[in-house]
Design a protein around this ligand. Structure first.
Ligand SMILES: Nc1nc2c(c(=O)[nH]1)N[C@H]1C(S)=C(S)[C@@H](COP(=O)(O)OP(=O)(O)OC[C@H]3O[C@@H](n4cnc5c(=O)[nH]c(N)nc54)[C@H](O)[C@@H]3O)O[C@H]1N2
Ligand SMILES: Nc1nc2c(c(=O)[nH]1)N[C@H]1C(S)=C(S)[C@@H](COP(=O)(O)OP(=O)(O)OC[C@H]3O[C@@H](n4cnc5c(=O)[nH]c(N)nc54)[C@H](O)[C@@H]3O)O[C@H]1N2
Ligand code: SF4
Ligand SMILES: [Mo]
Length: 704
């Protein structure tokens, strides 16, 4: 056969770039950006080749594995699904449905098969012990959205292409390619802000790649953004800069908000944040004065002790300056497939608490920072089994070593995953789905978070082998077996293909009347542009009476913690540094380090340290150091960088592959160390349940 071209969306990160893949006889010849994709306009990043590398990776699992006394053995799908379902039933019979936990990792939302089929399986599983990567990531965004707008999935995004002022806190979109903001080619869009005379300001304890392309950058002490945001809010009131505009008609809580922030002045914020009072004041004035402006915060302000307050204040600042729900401001997408469901009041909060620490449930989930203790603490209700899907919590959640040990203590564990890695090595069974180029895909989540309204459907490029199963077939196979007392593959109904759900969602969605469906998207292989973001308030609000709540009681109450922290800042002990994470362009969380073309080059798992902090410890560039925290210690080389704020150290997350039993030939050679052997499961944003991964107090010393 001669070479052919295939068009699909890259599902490796939130930017959902269109790809043009040239292939021949089942082999990928070339991957470039799809210039005809109206959204990504030909942009891709180096990770796009990862799709080919995952497809070809000899370490990627293609058959179900069963653990035996002497090692792993390949078994058939029917045997695997039967035995896994039997084991899950046994745990349920002996210890009850809640004795089995579920952990869903990040690729869940990059994978419509899993996203749409896992809920049916979870219903059949019947456990309330549901955990996910959300509680080491964006739970504070959901919490704030629920409190302000009435639904955790009503997440506003910066309207990048029309803004003239972009204030960024704790995000590095030039490297991450954007998060909770689907915007392929952030670089060009950021450049365009400058070209039209606008301004970009970055607040980050590191002078990041994004900061290097911004007009202004300010260091901030990790975990203190809440005081900067409170002070900016205070300034807006004190200087009569509040302009609610159109929102005034349906907004509540302005007076309560004003009273609540009154004491948080820029002068008080300056001491704790390290950002000068005059700068804080000026930033508030600039945001207020911007014709089209937006304040945006992401992982850095979410994974900290005041994540919920930070994300609330980000929306508050946009609302008070007239930028919420306005072009160029903080807007809501109008997705073709809307996950919000029926318009009942959202009440999934604190319906139950975790057994050991008593932390409230939110969105049907418990904080993953509590997962290990629920396994290790004996007593009624102790977790006995675990199902993981698309996740590597041993490397991605706080105090990963503790979880590593806890997994060994389980009666049963099954992982739905494509690799034998740091987490799945503890499983009794691994069920590997077909993935990436072998699957059909619709970005259920990311079209809803995109800075333009768009829709795109991807067909599989290569057929999966007959020996493989799709993720949705695995979930449906387990669901049927758990639901039926006797399961007979001969008479069972065939599993429902998620394509039918996508199609239904599209046809009943906003653009359904105009003919949008899976069939229509198949006719548009480069994706459809459905236009710029449109104002959606108050109609989109899910609060009682469709009111916008600027001063929700749960958040106002949480300010007590901030007041306490301001009165008695938790200073670092003598010699301690504050540890934060960073991302790198050629890596993706923990799971793309086995791909030769991406991992090649000099080792990237290094500790960045300001020269002043290095000198104080007599450290030279490249030297091996030991980093210690309350929970553990790791070793890695140090890299001096004046891009770091003095007193702050940074390293990437997702490394630490040199562990017995992993089957990652390439990653094991560039193993690195895991930052989450240092992060502390006790550090939590107690309001939202999100782990406080940022600002971990650590000691750094030379390895003798
Ligand atoms: N200290 C620190 N910790 C962090 C972060 C940080 O910044 N600092 N970031 C946090 C964030 S934002 C996140 S999202 C989490 C991520 O945490 P996790 O989601 O737990 O970790 P990932 O590394 O994304 O693991 C993805 C897993 O999915 C598997 N996988 C890949 N594709 C597929 C597929 O198609 N199907 C299936 N079934 N499996 C697949 C991979 O093999 C891998 O095991 O980490 C968090 N942890
Ligand atoms: N190349 C690549 N792309 C990715 C990923 C990846 O691993 N690699 N992961 C994907 C995932 S799962 C996600 S969630 C997104 C995340 O996307 P982003 O939110 O853009 O994440 P980061 O690049 O980690 O940027 C977070 C920034 O916060 C800063 N920071 C840390 N602590 C604080 C603090 O207390 N205050 C402030 N103001 N800043 C702080 C860090 O220095 C860092 O620069 O990226 C996604 N895209
Ligand atoms: S930016 Fe994200 S979506 Fe685009 S090519 Fe890179 S990994 Fe894929
Ligand atoms: Mo994430």
């Amino acid at each position: 056969m001669s070479p052919e071209k295939h068009y699909r969306a890259c599902n490796l990160c939130e930017a959902i770039c269109g790809l043009e893949i040239t292939h021949q006889d089942g082999k990928v010849l070339r991957i470039i950006g799809d210039k005809a994709d109206p959204f990504s306009r030909g942009h891709i990043c180096p990770k796009a080749v990862g799709l080919q590398e995952v497809y070809e990776d000899p370490d990627r699992l293609r058959h179900p594995l069963r653990r035996t006394a002497t090692g792993w053995e390949e078994i058939s799908w029917d045997t695997a699904l039967d035995e896994v379902a039997d084991r899950l039933r046994q745990v349920r019979a002996r210890h009850g449905a809640h004795a089995t936990a579920w952990y869903a990792g990040n690729p869940t939302v990059h994978n419509s098969g899993t996203q749409l089929a896992a809920p049916g399986f979870l219903k059949a599983l019947g456990s309330r012990h549901l955990f996910s990567a959300s509680s080491v990531d964006q739970l504070p965004h959901h919490f704030a959205a629920w409190q302000l707008f009435g639904h955790p999935l009503l997440l506003p995004v910066p309207d990048l292409d029309r803004t003239d002022y972009w204030l960024i806190l704790g995000a590095n979109p030039l490297v991450s390619n954007g998060s909770l903001m689907t915007a392929p080619d952030v670089g060009k869009r950021l450049q365009a802000i400058g070209d039209r005379g606008g301004k970009v300001v970055v607040i980050d304890p590191r002078r990041t790649e994004t900061a290097a392309h911004a007009d202004e950058h300010h260091f901030i002490r990790p975990g203190t953004d809440v005081f900067l945001l409170l002070a900016m809010t205070q300034v807006l009131f004190a200087e009569s800069l509040v302009r609610l505009g159109r929102l005034a008609e349906f907004t509540d809580g302005l007076a309560e908000l004003q009273a609540a922030v009154a004491a948080f002045t820029p002068e008080r914020a300056a001491g704790i944040t390290g950002v000068e009072a005059a700068t804080i004041r000026r930033l508030a004035r600039e945001l207020a004065a911007a014709g089209r402006g937006v304040c945006y915060g992401r992982v850095g302000v979410s994974v900290q002790e005041f994540g919920g307050l930070c994300l609330w204040l980000v929306s508050v600042l946009n609302a008070l300056t007239g930028h919420l729900d306005e072009p160029g401001g903080y807007m809501f997408a109008t997705p073709a497939l809307d996950l919000l469901g029926n318009p009942q009041l959202y009440e999934r909060y604190n319906r139950f608490q975790s057994r050991v620490r008593g932390v409230p449930e939110f969105m049907g989930e418990l904080p993953v920072a509590c997962l290990a203790e629920e396994m290790l603490t004996p007593g009624p209700g102790q977790l006995r089994a675990l199902v993981t899907s698309c996740g590597n919590p041993v490397l991605s959640t706080p105090n990963g070593r503790q979880l590593d040990q806890a997994l060994e203590s389980l009666d049963f564990m099954v992982s739905i995953d494509i690799y034998l890695n740091e987490t799945t090595r503890h499983a009794h069974y691994i069920l590997p789905p077909a993935t990436g180029l072998e699957t059909a895909h619709y970005d259920v989540s990311f079209h809803a978070l995109a800075i333009r309204n768009t829709a795109r459907y991807s067909e599989p490029l290569f057929a999966k082998s007959p020996a493989q199963r799709y993720d949705w077939e695995i979930f449906e196979g387990l669901r049927q077996r758990l639901e039926a007392d006797t399961y007979d593959p001969a008479t069972a109904t065939p599993p429902e293909n998620p394509e039918a759900k996508v199609d239904l969602g599209l046809r009943y969605g906003t653009y359904g009347k105009a003919g949008l469906s899976v069939a229509a998207l198949r006719e548009a292989p480069h994706g459809l542009d459905l236009g710029p973001l449109l104002p959606r308030l108050p109609q989109a609000l899910r609060t009682a009476g469709q009111r916008l709540h600027l001063a929700p009681p749960l958040l106002l109450a949480d300010l007590a913690r901030a007041r306490k922290a301001l009165a008695a800042p938790s200073a670092l002990a003598d010699g301690q540094l504050s540890l934060v994470s960073r991302r790198e362009l050629r890596s993706n969380n923990s799971w793309m380090h086995n791909l030769p073309r991406l991992i090649k080059g000099r080792p990237r798992c290094t500790l960045h340290l300001h020269p002043v902090d290095a000198a104080a410890r007599h450290l030279t560039d490249g030297q091996l150091v030991r980093v210690r925290s309350r929970v553990g210690s790791i070793e890695l080389p140090v890299e001096l960088s004046d891009r770091m704020m003095p007193g702050v150290a940074s390293m990437p997350h997702g490394y630490g592959h040199q562990r017995a039993g992993v089957r990652l030939a390439v990653a094991s050679q560039q193993a690195g160390a895991s930052i989450n052997d240092l992060t502390d499961e006790a550090r939590l944003d107690v309001l939202t349940g999100n782990a406080a991964l940022s600002g971990v107090p650590v000691w750094v010393e030379p390895v003798k």
